[in-house]
Design a protein around this ligand. Structure first.
Ligand SMILES: Cc1cc2nc3c(=O)[nH]c(=O)nc-3n(C[C@H](O)[C@H](O)[C@H](O)COP(=O)(O)OP(=O)(O)OC[C@H]3O[C@@H](n4cnc5c(N)ncnc54)[C@H](O)[C@@H]3O)c2cc1C
Length: 452
């Protein structure tokens, strides 16, 4: 059994843990990062499909929040934006242009009507808002349904939230997932305020040439900290002078001691690690559920794909349509860097899995490829046999921000703040998107370095 002592140990080598480790190292700490899986990066990961290296996890970051783009630029990476290809939605038997909206609340009712996403009755209902008082927190679906009717929730809000959270509109918290919407609802009519939102300028999303999978590698390289992979932390204990971590398999367990610990794991792992020392916070963390999803990447001969697909960045599918895939991203049309990898090959992906619907994923990899191909044929006319495929399963990957999440996180943070030398960060807390997760890591670093 070995012994080791560090200023700080970061548990979890996703983007949150990597950014936290780098931040602590920049503040002069001797930092060890421990990652349970064989590679760092967490949900940011690349793989080869038909010899081309593409993202099989997250594939974009919001450019409207500064943290992600700023980090890439600090690390000397070029930042790229999607092409002008437009996104679509499969609704009422056809692919339809995605109307502009704030998580389903339309900016322009004429555009919504022209899109054909809703029936005439659905548009009529959505055009006459029932303005009512809003509770402290409410689900996004209940909020929008009360104001604009059920159909807009089923056909627009659901697929948009399904794309980001793999969750359901009627359970995800408005305060946590779309706080702007809740703030607007408190001020008055959603339609009126949405219509006044100025047309956006500048790109909404960004990535790096080569994909988001490059970002964690750039953070780790030359980050001034040691990263160990295949190093699962099994137990965490407070000691007189800090923390003691038990790492690795029980037969070869190692003890590492640290002045400070950052837990940058998903909520379920943080709950397990804090169960003995902070049972109340652990119970709160354990109450954050997570959705499992799968990403199926398919490579086709470019000549086999309908021309119309080149104009489309992909499409979302509302659950009410009862297809199996919930979205497809036409990576070859969305990203210039993907298209440039090989002019004769196009790469696209489907995503499957929503919270509480794990049965969708209870199929073999071949089975997931088969249902993806069937849905792509029916919805996008892509009928060719793929050149190559790749299936990436993401078990328990997307935390569900249920109604009350903001208060739950406040309780967790207040408990953690009362324990010297402890911080938490990652997708479980203040946003699942990459910029928000980077922001939470910076906050964890600040809480440790400013406490001294
Ligand atoms: C399929 C998919 C697509 C997505 N697409 C986008 C997108 O396009 N844009 C966007 O902004 N966001 C996207 N997201 C969300 C975003 O990628 C994640 O929220 C974010 O990357 C999470 O980062 P993290 O560091 O908090 O957690 P993770 O990436 O989950 O990292 C946590 C790490 O902790 C490790 N770990 C767990 N337990 C232990 C332990 N006991 N000891 C040691 N290590 C442990 C895990 O192995 C893991 O590597 C997507 C997510 C998924 C699943």
């Amino acid at each position: 059994m070995g012994r080791d002592r560090r200023d700080a140990v970061v548990v979890g080598g996703g983007i949150a843990g990597l950014v936290a480790a780098r931040g602590l190292a920049d503040a002069g700490r001797d930092v060890l990062l421990l990652e349970g899986s064989p590679q760092v990066g967490g949900k940011l990961r690349s793989a080869e499909v038909a010899g081309l290296t593409v993202d099989v996890g997250a594939e974009a970051m919001l450019a409207r929040r500064p943290e992600g783009v700023a980090l890439a630029e600090q690390l000397g990476a070029e930042v790229v934006h999607p092409t002008a290809a437009a996104s679509a939605i499969w609704s009422r038997g056809a692919l339809r242009a995605m109307p502009r909206s704030l998580m389903g609340v339309p900016f322009d009712l004429d555009q919504l009507a022209a899109s054909g996403v809703l029936s005439a009755e659905g548009v009529a209902r959505a055009s006459v808002e029932t303005v009512s008082d809003v509770d402290d927190d409410v689900s996004v679906g209940d909020l929008v349904a009360a104001r604009l009717g059920d159909e807009i929730v089923d056909r627009l809000v659901e697929p948009l939230l399904g794309g980001v959270y793999a969750g359901h509109a009627r359970t995800l918290s408005a305060a946590a997932a779309v706080p702007q919407l809740l703030a607007m609802a408190r001020r008055g009519g959603l339609l009126e305020q949405a219509a006044a939102v100025p047309l956006s300028t500048g790109p909404v999303f960004a990535s790096l040439p080569g994909g988001m999978g490059r970002l964690p590698i750039l953070v780790a390289d030359g980050g001034g900290f040691e990263a160990r992979t295949s190093a699962t932390v099994r137990a965490l204990r407070r000691t007189a002078s800090g923390w003691s971590l038990t790492v690795g398999p029980t037969t070869h367990a190692e003890t590492i001691e640290a002045d400070a610990v950052v837990l940058a794991t998903p909520a379920s792992a943080a709950a397990r690690l804090l169960a003995d020392e902070m049972p109340d916070a652990a119970a709160e963390l354990g109450g954050i559920e997570a959705a499992s999803v799968a990403v199926v990447t398919l490579a086709f001969r470019a000549a086999d794909v309908p021309d119309a697909s080149f104009e489309r960045s992909g499409f979302l599918v509302p659950p009410v349509e009862q297809r199996t895939i919930k979205a497809s991203t036409f990576s070859f049309a969305k990203w210039g860097w993907v298209r440039d990898l090989d002019p004769d090959v196009v790469v696209l992906r489907t995503s499957l899995g929503r919270h509480g619907e794990e049965t969708t994923l209870q199929a073999s990899d071949d089975g997931l490829v088969r249902v993806s191909l069937a849905d792509l044929a029916a919805m996008a006319g892509i009928t060719a046999a793929p050149l190559d495929t790749h299936v990436q399963r993401w078990g328990g990957a997307l935390p569900q921000y249920a109604v009350g999440h903001v208060d739950r996180v406040a309780r967790i943070r207040s408990a953690v703040a009362g324990v010297p030398g402890l911080a938490v960060c990652g997708a479980a807390y203040d946003g699942v998107g990459i910029p928000a997760v980077i922001g939470s890591a910076r906050r964890a670093v600040a809480s440790l370095t400013q406490a001294e």
